[in-house]
Write a protein that binds this ligand. Structure first.
Ligand SMILES: Cc1cc2nc3c(=O)[nH]c(=O)nc-3n(C[C@H](O)[C@H](O)[C@H](O)COP(=O)(O)OP(=O)(O)OC[C@H]3O[C@@H](n4cnc5c(N)ncnc54)[C@H](O)[C@@H]3O)c2cc1C
Length: 284
């Protein structure tokens, strides 16, 4: 197996284009597991960690641009104000060691429906920057996931960054697992209230072949929240929101949990995260 360590983004794109079947590696917390268990033996690895710019974030036109090798630890330390939903999700990933190495872009690359970054990225309407030697394109987050561990990247494309709109209102994330740490989600949910244009974003994890929005729930909630009065969310509205979130899921029974439990848990998480987010809005 060839090990390639490009020093610039251009070299990384060329390495990916010139080595069919090459596997890019960011933190390696998924890639190395696959290699160690002999599940994958790619002809080449393209290590992106020597491309310095990828470890950083910047602000571009009101969006936060997160580089491809920026770790969860750095997201938590530096972006908790601007991207609270993603930072909350990042805090639940693995252990400190995994968070020091692992990246949100690697989570996208793995495209597991259970990845913790997906609900907040969906809820906030993130954009994936995909580059190749042929050029660059933006992929809207909801169009990025194609199926279980399948994503909308061509073999020669690499993700350079994710762009996430900066906070426009309260955000929350909730994850259910069999314990509090070092656990892959049984199911998860993210919500983002946009108090400027009074819209709602959602993201469901680990309850369908791909992470997904709960579109009907978003529309219902945006139209029924007492935005002006800032009164508590009426029980009936919270309950209906929970039902619509659960309706948007198509969970399966698997080792982590039965489908019925996931459906129920999603409706509970939807109501709870809404309650937390709305309290923040009311008290602001
Ligand atoms: C002990 C343990 C606990 C874990 N716990 C969690 C958890 O709680 N929640 C969770 O979501 N995940 C968890 N994971 C999985 C893993 O840590 C995450 O998916 C992490 O986000 C992967 O990031 P990485 O940078 O290490 O990715 P890598 O392993 O480097 O790459 C992952 C995938 O993305 C591809 N890739 C990497 N960079 C790019 C790029 N720039 N462009 C295109 N493709 C790219 C790789 O080829 C590979 O397919 C855990 C893993 C371990 C080993």
């Amino acid at each position: 197996m060839e090990f390639l360590r490009p020093a610039t983004w251009r070299e990384a794109l060329e390495a990916q284009a010139n080595h069919p079947g090459a596997v890019p590696i960011a933190g390696g917390t998924d890639v190395m597991v696959e290699l160690n268990f002999g599940r994958n033996r790619p002809p080449a690895l393209v290590d992106l960690t020597a491309v310095d710019e990828l470890a950083e974030w910047s602000t571009v036109d009101g969006e936060i641009r997160i580089g491809a090798t920026m770790s969860y630890t750095k997201i938590i330390a530096e972006l908790a104000e601007e991207l609270p939903g993603l930072a909350m999700a990042a805090r639940t990933v693995g252990s400190p060691q995994i968070r020091n190495r692992g990246t949100a872009v690697g989570n996208l690359g793995a495209a597991s429906p259970a990845g913790d970054s997906h609900p907040p990225l969906l809820a906030t309407g993130a954009t994936v920057e995909a580059d190749s030697v042929r050029g660059s394109r933006d992929i809207r987050i909801e169009e990025f996931y194609l199926g279980v561990k399948r994503k909308a990247l061509e073999p020669d494309e690499l993700i350079r960054a994710i762009r996430v709109p900066a906070k426009r209102g309260p955000q929350q994330f909730s994850k259910i697992g069999t314990r509090n740490a070092m656990v892959i989600a049984v199911c998860s949910f993210g919500i983002a209230l946009n108090t400027l244009d009074r819209t709602v974003g959602t993201g469901i994890g680990s309850a369908a072949p791909t992470p997904r929005h709960a579109g009907d729930a978003e529309e219902f909630l945006a139209g029924n929240l007492p935005w002006d009065d800032r009164d508590p969310v009426p029980d009936g509205v919270a309950r209906r929101f929970g039902e619509l979130v659960a309706d948007a899921a198509v969970p399966i029974d698997d080792v982590r949990g039965p489908a019925r439990y996931r459906t129920h848990a999603l409706s509970v998480m939807a109501r709870r995260t809404l309650g937390w987010a709305w309290e923040e809005y009311r008290c602001a």
